[in-house]
Design a protein around this ligand. Sequence first.
Ligand code: MTE
Length: 316
Amino acid sequence: MPMRIPPLPSSDITPEALYVDRRAFLGHAAGALALAAATPRLAAAAAAARQPQPTVGRVTTGEDLRPELTPYADVTGYNNFYEFGTDKEDPAANAKDFRVAPWSVKVDGLVKKPFDLQLEDLLKPFKLEDRIYRHRCVEAWSMVIPWQGIPMADLVRRCDPLPSAKFVSFTTLYDPSRMPGQRRPILPWPYVEGLRLDEAMHPLAFVATGVYGKALPGQNGAPLRTVIPWKYGFKATKSIVKVTFHERMPKTTWNDVQPSEYGFYGNVNPEVDHPRWSQAKERRIGEFRRRATLPFNGYAAQVQSLYAGMDLRTNY
Ligand code: MTE
């Protein structure tokens, strides 16, 4: 991933106060976050994935991130989406006319029955939720973003994985006629990222269809993208067309391209530097000062049990 971080024009947009006032945002049901440290973790996650449970419920970290919201113009104007170009402003310009209807998603791999569904049919059983999450890019910039979507656990259950499934991967559309960046071999297309199944089942893991109460714009991964707030942004997959379940750790784009720089886990960790730069601090888009980066991007209390007993220096 290029190191260049162009200075953003300092934004004088007020943090979307109107939007915040009219939306019913998350309560403070921190209790919903008590995820047991499952042992063995993966078997428990596979069992949970097979339970036909309803939505896990709204979750929050117990803190109000609303005052920190990154303005809509920055959330939708400063993006990484190499399928639409490698400069931060390219995706907004080049995805302007990206058509996302009709859109179908294929579910395959270790599932009871592979299927292919139009997005609206896939999402029909679910009520959209609001989540405000910190977003930390591996390039050491960050944002706070209000998403709409569904818990990833709900999507996983709807896919009905087999007990042997231990990992899930998400694949981006491959269509160079609509995604000009794919006409060049910048990455081994299509973009694929994956998670362990217990990570995907965690109540914080999310699949977004909207941002700031509007449908996702192309540059943010329309019509469907993952959001895993305790991981670096590269672990999220935009414009998903395929969800695949695996027994073994799947090949993922950044780990495949540069394994010494991008681990499979991609958990935000201020103590493990990227080989070419420090991860100790970050620049919140719209701010001048640098902030200290928090372990697991501030979600350690909720997610660290997923990694109990693991050396996070080698499993980066
Ligand atoms: N997904 C695809 N298909 N292509 C990409 O280039 N970039 C990743 C991730 N998902 C990327 C992607 C990176 S590096 C980041 S930081 C986030 O998307 C950026 O998401 P945002 O533009 O909504 O902030």
